[in-house]
Design a protein. Structure first.
Length: 353
């Protein structure tokens, strides 16, 4: 059977399973004794709008995928995630979905789950080593490149920008940082980039931005690698009298990353200029889709999927489904060679309500 047929058959089978579960009242006993498998989902954190949105989507897509849930929240702490994985094992889960923020330290836990024949799907992040059944993620290097092209074009290839980096112990932070820096060096060598490590913490981001703007008042661009830095950034710019329209020479161009409703509203209101929309809804949907597929014994190969993404082979034995993550702007125009969507585009999950 070829790959496209296999993907189509898999989706049809899983949708049928979801309908069957719904018709039976979806009353599975722990461990999936009624035929509905039990899947453990660890939420990585609940202190950002993006991850709270993901948390809301998971139960909806569990029903669609035909699985029962056990959930935990590791609160951005690898020790908690390791402990939560032990809990899942003791509860008899048949598969696990997780988003490890420390992508190096999770390797021993992945091996332990593999030894128990419990398949793992990681969403948003990819482990530095070890195997999982599927990584569900967007191309994080593209995030950095899109932000670079937007800011570089808006600044006319000159000036200074601040990059509020995420955690560099995460593949996401490294990918976004490296791609942004490489793009700036290659395409906009006249722009100076100040990289500020924040460990995905809003208070750290605000403090470092405040310090940087005090020492370098000529900064005209900010790349926030996640919306965790949004509130603090806007507050600082307001305090400094820099919340002015793009036509004002004092305007500081801002690119964020997540696509939460607040960012889309801020683009409309002129408070930020762009964001990269991470698919919180599709992370939940396809995280559970692949968990169920793994339990059912379905396999996948690199190539285009039937849901407008591409599966790539990252390394031997590790596949990654790279979902679409568009750049969003006020007018939806192409900039720096990057196509964009308008902030009110109905296809954006942040506009779903």
């Amino acid at each position: 059977m070829n790959r496209k047929a296999l993907l189509s058959l898999t989706l049809t089978t899983m949708l049928g399973a979801a309908l069957t579960a719904a018709g039976c009242g979806n009353e599975a006993a722990p461990g999936g004794d009624s035929g509905t498998p039990l899947v453990g989902v660890d939420y990585p954190r609940s202190d950002t709008d993006f991850w709270n949105s993901y948390i809301r989507y998971v139960p909806r897509y569990a029903t669609e995928s035909g699985v029962e849930l056990k959930t935990t929240n590791s609160q951005n702490d690898i020790a908690n995630l390791i402990s939560n994985a032990q809990t899942f094992i003791s509860q008899g889960v048949k598969g696990v979905v997780m988003a490890p923020q420390d992508t190096a330290a999770i390797a021993p836990t992945l091996q332990q789950l593999a030894d128990k024949d419990i398949p793992v799907v990681t969403i948003d992040t990819r482990p530095d080593s070890g195997r999982v059944f599927m990584v569900v993620r967007a191309d994080n290097r593209a995030y950095g490149t899109k932000a670079c092209q937007f800011l570089g074009t808006k600044l006319g290839g000159k000036g200074k920008v601040v990059m509020l980096q995420g955690g560099l112990d995460s593949i996401n932070g490294r990918d976004r940082t490296e791609a942004f820096n490489e793009c700036m060096k290659k395409d906009f060598p006249g722009i100076t980039v100040f990289g500020e490590a924040t460990d995905w913490k809003s208070d750290v981001a605000a403090q470092k931005l405040q310090t940087r703007l005090a020492s370098d008042p000529e900064v005209k661009g900010i790349y926030m690698q996640s919306s965790f830095a949004l509130s603090g950034t806007l507050q600082i710019l307001k305090q400094k009298g820099l919340q002015v329209p793009p036509t004002d020479p004092r305007h500081v161009f801002i690119v964020s990353n997540d696509g939460i409703p607040e960012e889309l509203k801020n683009i409309k209101d002129g408070l930020i200029d762009a964001t990269v929309s991470q698919p919180a809804d599709l992370y939940a949907k396809y995280g559970l889709f692949y968990a169920k597929a793994a339990i059912d014994g379905t396999t996948f190969q690199p190539g285009p999927t039937d849901h407008d993404s591409t599966i790539i082979q990252v390394r031997d034995g590790l596949l990654e489904d790279q979902l679409a993550a568009p750049l969003v702007t006020l007018d939806g125009a192409t900039i720096g060679g990057e196509p964009t969507l308008k902030y009110d585009d109905a296809s954006l999950w942040g506009n779903a309500g």
